[in-house]
Design a protein around this ligand. Structure first.
Ligand code: ADP
Length: 421
């Protein structure tokens, strides 16, 4: 293995695995923190998908360190700690504490902070993270059910989560090329900086940054930063050129969609699917909590639908409705109730012959993958930036796509099926 990636959620893991796969690294995604001594599959890059974005800090750190040990034992030469391109984190972390722990374990002197993903509109300018044309804190992320983002300045966001000094490399330096960036890293290190926020507005910037961090043992960022890493392994003669897959052969069976994502993009995609006549059932967290809606009922409804169109099960709602439900159930209980129900529903659906599944929502995807008992995924063709179809290698016989809430065009639920043979 050349590159080991520790991803803090399931869709983020798939997203970065896709990026590496497209850039010519054979990539496998492993679900959950590997147990001590467990061996990892052989590949150019292995992405360990954790569910460590919002769990307690100590747990997130322990899982990340376990993943790091397994990746190092399997020969990883560089570790990427991958988080969301919108820097999703709570006031307590977990990005800072996990990065600190990895830095200590790896003896890293400096690590970049680069959540930029220009293909999906995430760019960093003067250390401020933008989502499309607006700063992060003005985007829909300000209302996220679990990690509302109320600041856009990455230096400030990181400084609130770590005691280590945070520096900044501006876009003028990045434009000047990899050598200029390396010189700036050295100057910042001389000033005591341990983390460095790097501006990035375009894919070219990410390629420059990729080249500049060739010697860094630890990187932190979004999936975009992975774009510039394979070139380093190729330049070192460690990686051959390889084409990315364009379609995926799916096992025979029904197709369906599960969505627990309340993000703006997902809600638009649901609208489009409903307008296209997909049989759709809205899941009500209050009814789930009261036991009047159950996983068994949801699965039975889905399996009773005509098979000419994929079915759609969704709890997705607008911020006002989500807030009302959270007021009644509590934020954590609301999320857990929906996640548990969808995890169990997915298991029943797979047992009932569903073999092609789209899942929307990072936390939701984590819960569904756990419910299905999936251990390993092989990365297939890209549906939209950041979202590939994947084939289950260890687990039930199905193909599954895990979509982060804000990803995908409005016809995502309609067009994804065309990539399956
Ligand atoms: P995204 O990728 O869009 O952020 P996630 O699945 O990561 O989506 O997060 C959405 C969270 O909101 C999950 O914990 C989910 O269970 C919860 N949730 C889903 N629907 C509702 C709802 N109607 N009310 C409250 N919480 C909800």
């Amino acid at each position: 293995m050349l590159l080991g990636v520790i991803a803090d959620d399931m869709t983020g893991a798939t997203d970065v695995a896709l990026m590496l796969n497209r850039a010519g690294m054979r990539t496998v995604q492993v679900i959950g923190a590997p147990s001590a001594g467990a061996s990892l599959p052989d590949a150019d890059a292995v992405v360990v998908a954790l569910k460590s974005r919002t769990n307690p800090v100590a747990e997130a750190v322990a899982d990340s360190l376990a993943a790091c040990e397994a990746l190092l034992a399997a020969g990883a030469k560089q570790i990427l700690f991958k988080y969301c391109s919108t820097f999703d984190s709570t006031a307590q972390g977990n990005i800072g504490p996990v990065a600190d722990a990895l830095m200590r374990r790896l003896g890293a002197e400096m690590a970049i902070i680069c959540p930029a993903f220009p293909a999906n509109g995430r760019s960093i300018y003067q250390g401020y993270l933008f989502v499309g044309a607006v700063p992060l804190h003005e985007s829909s992320m300000k209302d996220h059910p679990l990690t509302p983002m109320r600041d856009s300045n990455l230096m400030r966001l990181m400084a609130a989560q770590t005691k280590a000094p945070v520096g900044h490399v501006g876009c003028a330096t990045v434009l000047a090329g990899a050598e200029a960036v390396k010189a700036r890293f050295a100057a910042l290190a001389g000033d005591g900086a341990r983390y460095v926020v790097t501006d990035a507005l375009t894919n070219d910037d990410l390629m420059v940054l990729g080249e500049a961090v060739a010697g860094h043992v630890l990187l932190t960022g979004g999936s975009g930063i992975a774009m510039g890493l394979p070139q380093n392994f190729r330049a070192a003669g460690l990686l051959r050129q390889r084409a990315a897959p364009v379609s995926l052969s799916a096992p025979k069976g029904r197709a369906g969609i599960i969505s627990g994502s309340c993000s703006t993009a997902t809600r638009g995609q649901i609208k489009a699917a409903v307008a296209a006549g997909y049989p759709a059932l809205k899941v009500d967290p209050l009814a789930l909590a009261a036991g009047t809606q159950t996983a068994a009922l949801l699965a039975a409804w889905a399996l009773a639908q005509p098979q000419d169109k994929p079915f759609l099960l969704y709890s997705s709602d607008d911020p006002a409705e989500v807030a009302a439900i959270q007021d009644k159930l509590g934020r954590d209980k609301a999320g857990e109730t929906v996640e548990h129900a969808f995890a169990e529903t997915a298991r029943l659906l797979a047992d009932g012959g569903v073999s092609k599944l789209l899942v929307a929502g990072g936390e939701t995807s984590g819960a569904v993958v756990q419910g299905l008992g999936i251990r390993t995924l092989e990365i297939g063709p890209e549906i939209d930036p950041g979202v590939p179809w994947t084939r289950v290698v260890a687990g039930p016989d199905l193909v599954i796509a895990l979509k982060s809430g804000n990803f995908g065009t409005s016809d995502f639920f309609l067009k994804a099926w065309a990539l399956l043979d």
